[in-house]
Write a protein that binds this ligand. Structure first.
Ligand code: HEC
Ligand code: HEC
Length: 290
């Protein structure tokens, strides 16, 4: 009798382990094939400006869209050796050693489509929240600015996905491949007029989606030990703030109720870089959201 029970538990446990192993093999091959998918897209043409006004505009766009926060100098670890998800450095965008060495077409392909020189999706670069939907005018100015960056020598280890990163990517929880999320047939306005209107705010505020969520309703924290992500619509604290209080919060980190926002909200870089007019526009748009 006892022997029989042992035999059956053995079979059940064995099959379970087998199934788990099969599942992980499936996770591995599926994520590997998504990482290696080569995209064929029609890359739009843009004339990249070299005048100083465009350079200043490009620098401003790089600041408010977060490029500078992530691509510090020649690139920094985004997921370091100890991170359980992946090993990934933000790329060295300069022309120094280890730099990306892009043609204009490569820049446009990466920033509109999230696709690298090899035709494969970039990893985790938040293209859909930073550069994909820029007006033609601003994207061209941004590229003009990036091409003039001081060369920095910085070579990085080869990127790799780790088992937990693969699992979360497989389950659709972790946005590893931006090229899967971008609309590759979208067209873009030549210019979006800077003015204090909700329409302009809507254009600007997509950059905040990466953390505050697609509908700006916030949610749990980005990682253990970080504060939860607040709701930016009228149902959150912001519903009670006026436009000036919102501008003060984004420029100084001080909220009307006397708190100081932590560094997990990039107010001292991205927030501060916004002009008052831009923040007024964002405020107007957020105040339309119920
Ligand atoms: C949240 C962090 C983050 C932000 C914000 C961000 N990037 Fe990235 N970016 C990354 C990471 C990580 C990679 C590396 C992707 C890879 O190696 O697959 C990357 C890759 C790139 C690449 C491709 C380089 C290559 O290896 O071919 C370009 C170009 C780039 N970023 C430009 C920008 C620009 C311009 C902006 C602003 C509009 C920006 N990034 C905003 C994290 C970020
Ligand atoms: C890298 C992630 C990240 C990005 C990008 C980001 N935020 Fe935040 N934001 C946070 C976190 C985290 C908090 C909570 C900070 C705290 O409690 O200390 C926060 C808090 C705030 C608050 C305070 C809300 C409250 O109820 O206290 C405002 C306002 C805000 N963010 C606006 C923005 C806007 C506008 C943008 C885009 C320009 C933006 N954030 C981009 C992570 C982010």
């Amino acid at each position: 009798m006892l022997k029989k029970i042992f035999k059956w538990t053995g079979i059940v446990l064995g099959s379970l382990l087998g199934l788990i192993l099969l599942f992980f093999i499936a996770v591995y091959f599926k994520t590997e094939s998504r990482a290696n998918k080569v995209y064929e897209v029609k890359v739009q043409q843009l004339v990249i400006p070299t005048d100083s006004a465009s350079y200043a505009l490009g620098a401003h766009v790089a600041a408010i869209r977060g490029c500078r926060d992530c691509h510090v100098k020649g690139g920094v670890p985004f997921f370091d050796e100890k991170n359980p998800l992946a090993l990934l450095y933000t790329a060295n965008l300069t022309s120094g050693k280890g730099g990306i060495n892009y043609t204009d077409k490569d820049w446009i392909r990466a920033l509109r489509h999230g696709i690298g020189k090899d035709g494969k999706s970039l990893w985790f670069m938040p293209v859909q929240h930073s550069s994909a939907a820029l007006s033609n005018h601003e994207l061209a100015a941004l590229i003009g600015y990036l091409k003039k960056m001081e060369p920095v020598d910085a070579e990085h280890p080869k990127k790799k996905m780790k088992p937990l990163g693969r699992l979360l990517t497989f389950l659709g929880i972790f946005p590893m491949f931006p090229a899967e999320e971008v609309n590759h047939n979208a067209t873009f306005p030549d210019e979006v007029k800077p003015e204090a209107t909700a329409a302009y705010g809507k254009y600007l505020v997509v950059g905040c989606q990466g953390c505050h969520g697609k509908n700006y309703k916030g949610g749990p924290s980005n990682a253990p030990g970080e504060p939860p992500i607040p709701d930016l619509t009228t149902t959150g604290d912001l519903g009670k703030w006026n436009s000036d209080q919102f501008i003060t919060a984004l420029h100084t980190g001080k909220t009307p109720d006397g708190r100081t926002l932590s560094g997990f909200m990039p107010w001292s870089t991205i927030g501060k870089a916004h002009t008052e007019e831009e923040l007024k526009a964002i405020y107007l748009y957020l105040h339309e959201l119920k």
